[in-house]
Ligand binder design. Structure first.
Ligand code: SAH
Ligand code: DHB
Ligand code: MG
Length: 234
């Protein structure tokens, strides 16, 4: 069996297990399905988190009691909907997106999901929006989900730490990239951004972090998870 074939078979198996798990824990979800359909109809790339990963984000937001969430990278609003559904009444989610079409599709899907009163989609380059938020003294986010362009992950980490409330949870998607993260010499700007992100995350005394590798319909990748200093364990 070629290496290519065994990798494809592995991916099929991971996908089938995702489907099995989602069929037990998920049930039909019209708003999320409509969001994916609207994204596909508008030609957005299907690079949203998988259903079980969205559910994980949702559970993490509930487990931490997040009242104020920041998301970097909206796409069609799929992960946004999972996260916003975890908010209590009076909570809020700010999601940053550079592509006007993505922002428009997301805004519509978020409205359709009945979450418009909790969510703001802010259009612009996230590095610029984050710098503006910091200069305005905006902050106090209880959960930050980083999922935009990988080359800027180091900058997003720095902003997230500035804008996070004490004890906040940081989550970042796509930090393993099929194991390409081990490539210390080659790689593109995205990979270099992810590697720098790991180095900064590991070295920064303001955050205590780990990485969970993931397999499934999205292939082989991983989430970084970290707690910002300021409350809880030493
Ligand atoms: N979180 C989404 C997926 C995000 S995909 C989900 O799981 O449903 C990454 C998104 O980041 C894309 O929509 C892309 O347009 C956006 N993006 C890329 N570079 C950006 C930048 N510099 N600033 C803001 N958004 C950016
Ligand atoms: C891809 C996947 C992602 O989760 C993401 O945030 C960006 C790109 C991809 O598969 O290309
Ligand atoms: Mg992602």
């Amino acid at each position: 069996m070629s290496e290519q074939t065994s990798r494809e078979q592995a991916k099929q198996l991971w996908s089938d297990v995702d489907g099995y798990v989602s069929s037990l824990h998920g049930g039909p979800d019209p708003a999320l399905e409509a969001a994916l359909e609207a994204s596909a109809a508008a030609g957005l790339p299907p690079i949203n988190v998988a259903a079980n990963q969205g559910k994980l984000l949702h559970l993490l937001a509930r487990a931490t009691g997040a009242r104020k969430i920041l998301e970097v990278g909206t796409l069609g609003g799929y992960s946004t909907i999972w996260l916003a559904r975890a908010l209590p009444e009076g909570g809020s989610l700010l999601t940053l997106e550079a592509n006007p079409l993505h922002a428009k599709v997301a805004t519509e899907s978020i409205s359709r999901a009945g979450l418009a009163h909790l969510v703001e989609v802010r259009l612009g380059l996230a590095t610029e929006t984050l710098a503006k938020l910091a200069s305005e003294g905006a902050g106090g986010f209880d959960l930050v989900f980083i999922d935009a362009d990988k080359a800027n992950y180091p900058s997003y980490l720095s902003s997230a730490l500035e804008l996070a409330a004490p004890g906040a949870l940081l989550v970042a998607d796509n930090v393993v990239r099929q194991g390409a993260v081990l490539d210390a010499t080659g790689g593109d700007a995205d990979l270099r951004g992810i590697r720098r992100f790991h180095e900064l995350l590991g070295a920064d005394p303001r955050v205590d972090a780990t990485v969970v590798q993931t397999v499934g319909t999205k292939g082989y990748d991983g989430f970084a998870l970290g707690i910002v200093a300021g409350s809880g364990a030493r």
